[in-house]
Design a protein around this ligand. Sequence first.
Ligand SMILES: [Zn+2]
Ligand SMILES: [Zn+2]
Length: 133
Amino acid sequence: MGIERSIDCPGCGLHLPCPSWGFFYVTDEKGSRIPLEGNMESTIIAETLGIDEQAITGCVFAPGRDAVSVRLMEERVGYASFCLCRTCLERCSLDGKRDVFRCPSCGSEDVKTFIQLIGTACPRCGRGMLEER
Ligand SMILES: [Zn+2]
Ligand SMILES: [Zn+2]
């Protein structure tokens, strides 16, 4: 923790802070994604989904772990990766398993996760190679 990681272009100075590659989230009733700080914040997940917390923390045989809870988690808990649009340079977060890789700002499909950006040509200057700092 506390690592000031970023992706940088030595050519033009493009600087993209990325303390993490993404985040786990739980989707609420309205369809909004609530980011989770840790890998699994069982209390927040349980409250948001309206299920027994034991269904999340417990082992497979925990009493609260019924089929409905498991299905809700499969449907509404996920991991979103931080992404950069190579067309407009806007940042966004997308779930690689659920979302179409398309920029919410400009509609471009030239969107890459931060991990995918490392070692590729800088989208701003086109000369430098992006590197992890
Ligand atoms: Zn550059
Ligand atoms: Zn864009």
